[in-house]
Design a protein around this ligand. Structure first.
Ligand code: CP3
Length: 357
C-alpha cells in the first residue's frame, strides 16, 4: 500500500499520550441506525450481513458519520460476530432480537471440532472493506479495525445469541473449565490472525471489544477474559508502514480491574460511564491513554444538558494529553442526529483549554 500522509493524527497522538490542540473524538457504533442515510444503505443491501459483505456499501456507511460530524477517526463497518460465522456457526439477525447462531458450541467435542479461520481467505470481505475504506479516506483520518474479545465471542457462541444470565456459558466455565479454556484459546488465535490481517489491509489502530467481561467475578475475569486479551496483544503486529499500531482494550463494566487491564500491553483502555475518568487516570498513571466515557443516553437530553455532561467528562480527565473522547458504549439507534451535532460543538469549543500549557 502506498502511504498517504495523515492529515489528522490527533487520535493516534492522543493514544501515544502526545500533545494535541483539542481532544480527539470518535463514537462507538458511529455508523448505524440512528442515521437516516445508514437506514437507506441498509435497505439497499438487504440484510445486515449483506451490508458487511459488500465492501463498497460497508465503505459507504463507514464514511457517513464522517460527512456529518467533525470526528477524528473512522471505524471499520463490520461486526464482532464475523469470526464465529467464519467458523461455520451460521450468524443471522432477527429483527428486534439481536444476533443469533444456527449452531451452538456447548460440549468438549463441539469445541474440539472448531478450527481457526484463515482470515485472508474466510474473512476476505472484511479485509477488502478495510482496504477500500483506507483508499477512500485518502489520509483524512486514521481507520480503526476491531474484534470481539475471546470471552465476549464465546458468550454468543455458547448461548446461541444474546443472553441475560449466560446460563450455558457459566455452566461450561464452572463444570468444565478445561473445555472453556480450549474454546478461548482457539478464539484468541482466531482474533490474533484476524486483527493482524486487518492491520496488513490498512487498519491503523485496533480495538478489542470485551462487552461481557463485566459479567465475571474478579478471579474469573483475570483467568477467562483478560488473560486471552493479553495473549492476543502479545501476538499483534505493532509496527506497520513505519507507524506504531496502537491497541485499545475495552471491557464494559471493567472499572474495578483497570490496574490489571493497564498491564496487558495495550496503549489505551476504553472506560464506560460507571467509572470516573479522574479516578481511572489516577489508577493507571502513565501506563496507558484513556478513551471515553460519556453515557450514550445523555444524547437523549437537551443540547444544554449534553454540553454540561461533555464539560464534566473533560474536567474529570483534566488537563494534558492521553484522552480520546468517546461514549461509554455504543450510540443508541434512537438518538436524534442533531444531538450528536450539539455534542461535537460542545466538545470542540470546550476541549482546547485542556491542551494549553
Ligand atoms: O462502531 C462502528 O460504527 C462499527 C460497527 C460495529 C457494529 N457492531 C455494527 C452493527 C461494531 C464495532 C460492532 C461491534 C459489536 N457487535 C459488539 C461489541 C460492541 C458493543 O456494542 O458492545 C457486539 C456485542 C456486537 C453484536 C451485535 N451486532 C449486536 C448486539 C447487534 C445489535 C442487534 C440489534 O438488532 O440491535 C449487532 C448488529 C449490528 N452491528 C448493527 C450495527 C450497526 C445493527 C444491525 C442493523 O443494521 O440492523
Amino acid at each position: 500500500m502506498t502511504t498517504t500522509p495523515l492529515q489528522n493524527d490527533r487520535f493516534l497522538r492522543a493514544l501515544a499520550r502526545q500533545p494535541v490542540d483539542r481532544t480527539p473524538v470518535w463514537m462507538m457504533r458511529q455508523a448505524g441506525r440512528y442515521l437516516p442515510e445508514y437506514r437507506a444503505s441498509r435497505a439497499d443491501a438487504g440484510s445486515f450481513m449483506d451490508l458487511c459483505r459488500n465492501h463498497d456499501l460497508a465503505c459507504e456507511v463507514t464514511l457517513q458519520p464522517l460527512e456529518r460530524y467533525p470526528l477524528d477517526a473512522a471505524i471499520l463497518f463490520s461486526d464482532i460476530l464475523t469470526i464465529p460465522d467464519a467458523m461455520g456457526l451460521g450468524l443471522y439477525f432477527e429483527t428486534g432480537e439481536g444476533p443469533k447462531f444456527r449452531k451452538t458450541v456447548r460440549t468438549s467435542e463441539e469445541v474440539a471440532a472448531l478450527s481457526v479461520p484463515d482470515a485472508e481467505r474466510d474473512l476476505d470481505y472484511v479485509m477488502r472493506a478495510v482496504s477500500t475504506i483506507r483508499r477512500e479516506l485518502n489520509g483524512r483520518m486514521p481507520l480503526i479495525g476491531f474484534s470481539g474479545s475471546p470471552w465476549t465471542l464465546a458468550t454468543y457462541m455458547v448461548e446461541g445469541g444474546s443472553s441475560k444470565d449466560f446460563r450455558h456459558l457459566k455452566t461450561m466455565l464452572y463444570d468444565t473449565p478445561d473445555t472453556m479454556h480450549q474454546l478461548l484459546d482457539t478464539l484468541a488465535h482466531a482474533v490474533t490472525d484476524y486483527l493482524n490481517a486487518q492491520i496488513r489491509a490498512g487498519a491503523q489502530a485496533v480495538q478489542i471489544f470485551d462487552t461481557w467481561g463485566g459479567a465475571l467475578s474478579t478471579p474469573a475475569y483475570l483467568e477467562f477474559s483478560l488473560r486471552y486479551m493479553e495473549q492476543i496483544v502479545s501476538g499483534l503486529i505493532r509496527e506497520h508502514d513505519g507507524r506504531h499500531v496502537p491497541v485499545i482494550l475495552f471491557t464494559k463494566n471493567g472499572g474495578q480491574w483497570l490496574e490489571h487491564i493497564a498491564c496487558a500491553g495495550a496503549d489505551a483502555l476504553g472506560i464506560d460511564w460507571s467509572t470516573e475518568l479522574s479516578d481511572a487516570r489516577a489508577r493507571v498513571g502513565h501506563k496507558v491513554a484513556l478513551q471515553g466515557n460519556l453515557d450514550p443516553n445523555v444524547l437523549f437530553a437537551r443540547p444544554s444538558a449534553i454540553r454540561a455532561e461533555v464539560a464534566r467528562v473533560l474536567e474529570s480527565y483534566g488537563h494534558g494529553p492521553g484522552h480520546v473522547f468517546n461514549l461509554g458504549h455504543g450510540i443508541s439507534q434512537f438518538t436524534n442526529p442533531d444531538n450528536v451535532t450539539a455534542f461535537m460543538e460542545a466538545l470542540h469549543e470546550l476541549s482546547p483549554q485542556y491542551h494549553r500549557d
